[in-house]
Ligand binder design. Structure first.
Ligand code: SF4
Length: 312
């Protein structure tokens, strides 16, 4: 894969200081915005959640995209919104159909929270996903990032969404220095062009996912290369982006066993004698029992009087 290359001639970024961060202004800001918006116009992958402004569909997609790569979300997203096209349809279903529709995504706790969020939307907002930050953040499973994302991608509000990918792009392309969560959000807030928040945010997410990647940024084909602060600083300068630690191994983890067990429950009840095999640990029934107990405690499974486990 192509990696970062040496400095290129470009208009320097100039502007006022925002904490430790130089904020581009004037021609430099114009260059940056044109480059980013160019990606927003023509360079976005055609995901189904980018073809809608329906707030429920956007909320579903944002919950699914937490901790899951976008291409893996396409199939489950399509199945889920076909099964539950509105918050009311989701709220009216039992937990088991919602968990079945979540198949293929993992982190099943998110399905339970989305189901609870749908119920709150029906109970507290007449079935319409609210267009208000505080009301959104009061929904189960919705934090500051997801609430901003819904405001931008459904209601086209003037907001900046900053996930780890966007923070990396801003650290390298604009600040040329490491950015914590607060400064990254503050910088992002100053950059969003009026009336173009949807394209702007989608484009930064796309650049972070496809071009300005954590370990091998593809600077030679990057649309921001002309103005990128880190690229202009040359090869000797340290990468300002914080490269995330690699996730712990999935194979052999409790998370893998949980996922297997929920997959088995989607097919039908699991008797106590099948529990360890369903988790993939036939030699370790105590571990399987512990994982099963956790699923019951979290409301992701139910134990019948017979001891068999089922979806809730
Ligand atoms: S923004 Fe573009 S030019 Fe700058 S480091 Fe990232 S990939 Fe390279």
């Amino acid at each position: 894969m192509e990696t970062r290359v040496g400095a290129a001639a470009a208009t320097p970024l100039r502007g006022r200081r925002l904490g430790l961060t130089a904020t581009p202004a004037g021609p430099a800001l114009g260059t940056l915005r044109r480059a980013v918006l160019g990606v927003g116009r023509t360079g976005l992958r055609p995901f189904p959640w980018r073809a809608t402004r329906d707030p429920w569909r956007v909320l579903v997609s944002e919950v699914m995209l937490q901790q899951t790569q976008a291409p893996r979300v396409v199939g489950p997203f399509t199945r889920f919104v076909d099964a539950f096209p509105t918050p009311g349809a989701c709220a009216g279903a039992g937990p088991a159909p919602v968990l079945r529709a979540w198949a293929g995504l993992g982190y099943n706790r998110r399905a339970r929270q989305l189901h609870e969020a749908a119920r709150a939307v029906v109970d507290d907002h007449g079935g319409d996903v609210p267009a208000d930050r505080l009301a959104l953040e009061a929904l189960p499973g919705v934090g500051p990032y997801t609430s901003r994302a819904v405001l931008v991608f459904a209601f086209e509000r003037h907001e900046a969404v900053v996930d780890v990918n966007v923070a990396r792009v801003l650290s390298r392309a604009v600040a040329g220095a490491p950015l914590g969560a607060g400064p990254a959000q503050a910088l992002a807030d100053t950059l969003v062009p009026r009336g173009r928040s949807w394209e702007w945010n989608q484009a930064l997410i796309e650049i972070g996912a496809l071009t300005c990647t954590a370990r091998a940024p593809a600077c030679r084909r990057c649309p921001l290369a002309r103005s990128c602060t880190w690229r202009r600083a040359g090869d000797a300068s340290a990468d300002p982006a914080v490269v995330p630690a690699r996730q712990g191994r999935f194979a052999g983890s409790d998370r893998q066993g949980r996922g297997r067990l929920v997959a088995a429950l989607r097919a039908g009840p699991v008797a106590p004698g099948r529990l360890a095999g369903a988790c993939g640990w036939p030699e370790d029934p105590a571990r399987a029992r512990r994982v099963a107990d956790a699923l019951v405690a979290e409301g992701l499974a139910r134990r019948r009087p017979s001891g068999a486990l089922t979806l809730p």
